[in-house]
Design a protein around this ligand. Sequence first.
Ligand code: ADP
Ligand code: MG
Length: 436
Amino acid sequence: MPNGTPLLELKHIHQIYTSGARKFTAVEDVNLTVSEGEYVALLGPSGCGKSTLLRILTGLQKPSEGQVLYRGEVLQGVNPHATIVFQTFALFPWLTVLENVELALKARGLPAGVRTPRALDLIDRVGLDGFENAYPRELSGGMRQKVGFARAMAVEPELLCLDEPFSALDVLSAESLRGELLELWTSGSIPTRAILMVSHNIEEAVFMADRIVVMDKEPGRIIAEMKVPLPHPRQRQSDEFRALIDEVYALLAGQTQSESEELGAAPGEAGRVRSLPDVHIGDLTGLLEHLAEKPGDQADIYRLTEELTLDSDHVLRLSEAAELLGFVTIAKGDIQLTPLGETFAEASILARKEIFATRIRRLPLVRWLTGMLQRAEKHALKDEVVKMALQLEFPPEEAEKQLDTLINWGRYAEIFAYDDGSEEIYLESAPEKAAA
Ligand code: ADP
Ligand code: MG
């Protein structure tokens, strides 16, 4: 859909904030163009300057350095063609849904006779038909956010900016509102020419946007970009969709080596089988949270042994696991969180499981066990059977450890389940497709 005409251009944007005597660079040399017809997602850990950029590009804030161009002209003051939808919407509690939306139209100077039918139409389009006369307190969070969207739409912005618009909603409301927005956007029934959405949620970005711009913090800057060339409606379970998700994860993990080089082979394949570091999830998340609290999200590995009161062997295994999963990079004795590691450390329990699952599905040993289970009767195998298969690759003691780690990680990720009674490992969910 993009037709290539730049709508918005950010050129060498820097933002320096001062707090007390301290000066820090919140945004460093950001260059970004959003063209007509584009839906762009900005993805990055909190504090990387996403909201700052939205304020700058809508003219609510003047950058310390750099230029904002709108339709090729230098932006002066607030951009009247742009609107921001925030995470939570401030509605006037004493006004009905209809009145809240009409107010936005009134502010644009529309005459009373035009306002009401226009507001009713907007309310209808965001799926709130029948709630025109309800008051905000009578609505769920999701419905209130829909009123927010209707109000943003009432302004008929050419550039619609969304600052984590779904993150305060429950899962179902978020999903339905995403659907409504995509419907409005892809059907061309709103005059919006481009959307810029700030998100925290990797899957949401791949589901909605045409292009994903990845940022990192300290200082806030753009580190990577990728296109999402899938047509709407997108199928979350499709191979193409999963492959793009994996690509975003790899970008966030700062991965440079090819996957096969880095991860090794699966049992039975040519090449070396890389064993899984024997660590527990709780310790791993503890390490990541600890790093997230540090300035620059980094530490000397040797210091960690004291700080976490763990022996150095344990710290090394934890670091190795975190690196294998793309949560940290290790160089010259320093360990540092990647944007993916930061995202994990900040995420809710459910989102952590999702990130973890996505990362371990690519590990050869996990792929191998998943494949065996898919081929097995009832998708279940005795742990003894799996251990024997592992003993073809590893010495007995190591095979046992590998099996424990596989079960421990797979259970957390909700990929595998384990029945203590029957001592069987099985696939947590029905396989999406029959094994080849
Ligand atoms: P994000 O939206 O990605 O979480 P923000 O743009 O809100 O990031 O913030 C980027 C960084 O700038 C953070 O470290 C934040 O604390 C800081 N910051 C944001 N606004 C101000 C401000 N008005 N004054 C000082 N520091 C700020
Ligand atoms: Mg923000």
